[in-house]
Ligand binder design. Structure first.
Ligand SMILES: [Ca+2]
Length: 308
């Protein structure tokens, strides 16, 4: 029997595109997967306070021929860090958003986007802090939906793929940088969650990025960041969100842990508890051969040019 796949997978990407550059790689391969007909990008929201981050995401969307995609950014208390590349990408490359001041609120983008989706369909992919998702769950009815945030998620979101945590235990950046948001979001999230843990992203990808045209903002961002090749946390998470969730287990993708939940300590460190009633699972790290296959897939996607 052929593997069951839903094509294209409708994805809402939530990124802290500021301190590390793997977010750029993740958005790039998401566009490549959309070009291949495997993903549909619904929107891109930024969970980090760096004012140039949403403009950087907008420039990538423009480069890949999807300049009209909704982009939003976090409002209110949030993590904000310096970036080695966001302002340069925003200023050197063309796009739709003209200034950091005019970027829509991520909460508005989330609610408007989810309200328009078929029930039980959207896949949320978070590759940064959980600040936006906490804000979404806590939101009230508005012009887009009569449902409060938690009910809207329960109605519209099929699955949340979260780059976060370390398994079976550890202390991971996306969680501990806004531990309270993570704690609230994990406690309240009403649908299934799959964690892509720190250990799943250690493969090096992007070795051939300097072969891309000089007009590529992906190449430029990685060069500004200064690590080629680089670790693959956000890229592995995104690859899984598109190619991993609908396939059978023989496809070389990650097996998953038993059901359970991820308890958090006040410092943001996590453990894992198996629990048949839990709504959470984490990816089991592939073996060396499996990881090499995934790295090769990512590298091929990273080198794809826009199909304009
Ligand atoms: Ca990230």
């Amino acid at each position: 029997m052929p593997p069951i796949r839903e094509i294209p997978v409708p994805i809402l990407l939530d990124t802290d595109m500021e301190s590390d550059v793997d977010d750029v790689g993740a958005l790039a391969i998401l566009h490549a997967l959309a070009d291949l007909g495997e993903a549909e990008i619904l929107a891109v929201v930024v969970c980090a306070g760096n004012p140039w981050s949403p403009l950087c995401a907008d420039r990538l969307n423009h480069y890949f021929g999807r300049g009209e995609l909704p982009v939003g950014t976090v409002r209110g208390p949030c993590v904000s860090r310096e970036s080695k590349y966001t302002r340069q990408i925003a200023e050197e490359f063309p796009g739709r958003l003209t200034s950091p001041d005019g970027v829509p609120d991520a909460l508005t983008v989330y609610r408007r986007t989810l309200a328009a989706q078929p029930d039980g369909s959207a896949v949320v992919v978070s590759i940064g802090y959980l600040t936006n998702l906490r804000n979404l769950l806590a939101s009230g009815p508005d012009e887009f939906s009569d449902l409060a945030g938690r009910e809207l998620v329960a109605r519209k979101v099929r699955l949340w793929i979260c780059m976060g945590g370390q398994f079976p235990s550890g202390r991971e950046y996306n969680i501990y940088m806004d531990t309270e948001a993570a704690r609230q979001t994990l406690a309240e999230w009403p649908t299934k969650i799959v964690f892509s843990g720190w250990e799943s992203g250690l493969g090096q990808t992007g070795a051939r990025l300097r072969e891309l045209p000089i007009t590529s903002p992906v190449r430029r961002a990685y060069e500004l960041y200064g690590r080629i090749p680089h670790k693959s946390w956000d890229l592995m998470t995104t690859l899984y969100a598109v190619r991993g969730i609908g396939r059978d287990r023989s496809g070389g993708y990650w097996d998953l842990s038993p059901r359970g939940r991820m308890p958090l300590a006040p410092d943001g460190s996590n453990t894992w508890q198996d629990d048949p009633a839990g709504n959470q699972r984490y990816q089991l790290c592939p073996d060396e051969q499996g990881m090499a296959k995934l790295v090769a897939e990512i590298d091929d996607l990273l080198m794809r040019q826009p199909t304009l």
